[in-house]
Design a protein around this ligand. Structure first.
Ligand code: ARG
Length: 275
């Protein structure tokens, strides 16, 4: 009786195994990934938080910025179409984790914490956090942020850096859903400083001279960071995009886009040295 049951279970398990093999073969051949790629380009869902000029922001209802031009050039090089959607910062992480989006571009810093959950492309931009303050402020270093009210975008490396200085859960750190709101808090007098990526705060000062703000650098407190495209863990797209990024770095396309946005030449060698 017992033996009969065991035999039955073994046979059943074997049948399950066979059917599993069969179905995996079916999907492998059914996808036809190779023929699909040559016939028509696959459109990828790319997510961003378009409130971070000059990397990604809205201009007359359109998402524009350095990141957008960069991703379009890289996707073209890799043989894909991209549909870039402004979902916001927190949802971006959720969409990529849940594989709703194919990848994200949003001035996203590559760091160990994020690498536990996501895969990153090779680095494409060098950045660091800086401090935005009103002219005449007595803040001249990160250390000076202690006992000041500091506005940050929640979930950014800027927030992390401020936490390192003020301590966790400090009420003087005000968190916002996007960086524009953090800057508005400063300009409306609700905060003494904003900590965010250098290019973003420098661009803001340049575009808003009437607001009389200045940017403070503190190389000892804020590290060099590198941006990467962020993929779901294990994404097969990473290899294609890494190759395409290296191609646009080498063939001058990256330099052209960089020059369009920043009016200077990028340090491509330094970027490649980080790979
Ligand atoms: N580089 C910083 C980080 O990765 C800030 C990026 C914020 N990007 C944005 N589009 N709001 O944490």
């Amino acid at each position: 009786m017992k033996k009969g049951l065991l035999t039955f279970m073994l046979v059943f398990a074997f049948m399950l195994l066979l059917s599993a093999c069969g179905s995996s073969q079916e999907t492998a051949s059914g996808e036809g990934s190779e023929s699909g790629k040559t016939e028509e380009k696959k459109t990828l869902r790319v997510v961003t938080d378009a409130a971070y000029a000059p990397f990604e922001y809205q201009d007359k209802g359109e998402i524009v910025g350095f990141d957008i031009d960069f991703v379009e050039a890289v996707a073209k090089e890799a043989g894909y179409e991209v549909e870039i959607t402004n979902v916001g910062w927190d949802p971006l992480f959720v969409e990529i984790k849940d594989q709703i989006a194919d990848f994200g571009v949003s001035a996203i810093t590559i760091n160990d914490d994020r690498k536990e959950t996501y895969d990153f492309s090779v680095p494409y931009f060098l950045s660091t956090n800086k401090i935005l303050v009103p002219e005449g402020s007595d803040i001249s270093s990160a250390e000076d942020l202690k006992n000041k009210v500091v506005a940050v975008q929640a979930g950014t490396t800027g927030q992390e850096a401020v936490e390192g200085i003020l301590g966790k859960n400090n009420k003087n750190m005000k968190q916002f859903e996007n960086n524009n709101l953090a800057i508005m808090e400063l300009t409306s007098g609700g905060a003494d400083a904003v900590v965010a990526d250098n290019t973003v705060v420098e661009e803001y000062v340049k575009n808003n001279p009437d607001q009389k703000l200045v940017v403070i650098e503190d190389k000892d407190s804020f590290e060099a960071e590198y941006y990467g495209l962020m993929f779901p863990k294990g994404s097969e797209l990473k290899a294609d995009f890494d190759e395409a990024i290296n191609n646009v770095l080498d063939n001058g396309t990256y330099g052209e886009i960089y020059n369009d946005w920043f009016g200077s030449d990028p340090d491509v060698e330094n970027l490649k040295a980080q790979q």
